[in-house]
Structure formats: structure tokens, C-alpha cells
Design a binder for this molecule. Structure first.
Ligand SMILES: [Cu+2]
Length: 184
């Protein structure tokens, strides 16, 4: 049996359509694969962002009392951090943030001056650039304050002096009102 010229034309048209369909399918496969690859890259970017800091909080709670300062969490994401500072005590307290590697690294008052006793944190000896923010909190109140922290370690203190009835001065920091927070 031999093909007539008409049969051969039908055969050629058929194989041409088949080739075009195959090319179209191949093109669709490439586009779909490309989209999947792009989606998986987006997912990887998201995971990297989470690992790089998305899990770190940018809001912290601070509880002030006589004489303690409790901060949670103690590691935050560098940048704008919202501090919610509650005074659960029975006298006025403050939260002063100082950029310092440790409590021991804070400069201290060595000579009694007006309103300061030996051992207080010497706030005047700390450059303004290392004091990103502070707030006082009245008894029973909660103050919400946004403070921008660059990456590093910060000591938060209450450096208030209270004069006792007998005249002796009690410094809150020296009684233990401090906490350490790290921004990364
Ligand atoms: Cu205090």
C-alpha cells in the first residue's frame, strides 16, 4: 500500500499540529516550573526574615516595685521598641535606659553631691548618645513609651533616691532596681 499525495498532506498537517502541541506543552511546563521556583524562593526569603529577627519582640513589659525591675522578654529586635512600664510599687519609680555592656560597667557616684549619694549611677558621666530614653511612672500607673534601640546591650535602672524619715538616703538602683536588655 502506498500513500496518495492527499494522504501525505494530511499526515504532514497532523504531525505539524502534534509538534506545535508538544512545544506548547513544553512552554507551559517551563512557565509552571518557573513560578514554582519563584514561589519557593519567596518562601525561603520569608524564612530568612523570620530567622533574622522576626521572632524577636519589639514590645516589652517592665514591672517596677520596691526594689526590683523585671523585664520580659529580655531580648528584643533592634529598632523602635515599645516599653510598657508598670509601677506595681507604692512609691514613684523610673526606668532609665543606658547603653552599657553590664551593670558593673555603669559609672558610679564616688563623692556625695547635692541629691546624690556614693554608689548611685552617675548619669551625668554617661554621654547622651548612650541614654536612648527614660520615663518616670507614678504609683499604680503604666506608661507606654517607644524608644529606638540600636543593636547592643542596655542596662535599665531606677536611680531615684528616697530620703527616709531618719534622714538617710536610699537609692533604688543600689537596692536592686535594674535589669539588662539586649537588642539584636
Ligand atoms: Cu525606684
Amino acid at each position: 500500500m502506498s500513500l496518495s499525495s492527499g494522504d501525505r498532506d494530511v499526515f504532514h498537517v497532523g504531525s505539524l499540529i502534534f509538534s506545535l502541541l508538544a512545544m506548547l506543552l513544553a512552554f507551559v511546563a517551563v512557565v509552571v516550573a518557573g513560578q514554582a521556583w519563584s514561589r519557593s524562593n519567596d518562601a525561603k526569603d520569608q524564612i530568612h526574615k523570620v530567622v533574622a529577627g522576626g521572632l524577636l519582640a519589639s514590645k516589652v513589659n517592665v514591672r517596677l516595685a520596691e526594689y526590683s525591675m523585671v523585664v520580659a522578654p529580655s531580648t528584643v529586635r533592634a529598632g523602635k521598641v515599645t516599653f510598657q512600664v508598670k509601677n506595681a510599687g507604692s512609691m514613684i519609680h523610673e526606668m532609665v535606659l543606658v547603653r552599657a555592656p553590664s551593670v558593673e560597667a555603669l559609672p558610679r557616684v564616688t563623692v556625695v553631691t547635692a541629691g546624690r549619694v556614693v554608689g548611685d549611677v552617675n548619669e551625668e558621666a554617661i554621654p547622651e548618645s548612650d541614654k536612648p530614653g527614660e520615663t518616670e511612672v507614678e504609683v499604680g500607673k503604666t506608661v507606654t513609651k517607644a524608644i529606638t534601640l540600636t543593636a547592643g546591650t542596655y542596662v535599665m535602672i531606677c536611680n531615684i533616691d528616697t530620703t527616709l524619715p531618719g534622714g538617710a538616703v536610699l537609692n533604688h538602683f543600689q537596692r536592686g532596681m535594674y535589669a539588662v536588655i539586649t537588642a539584636s
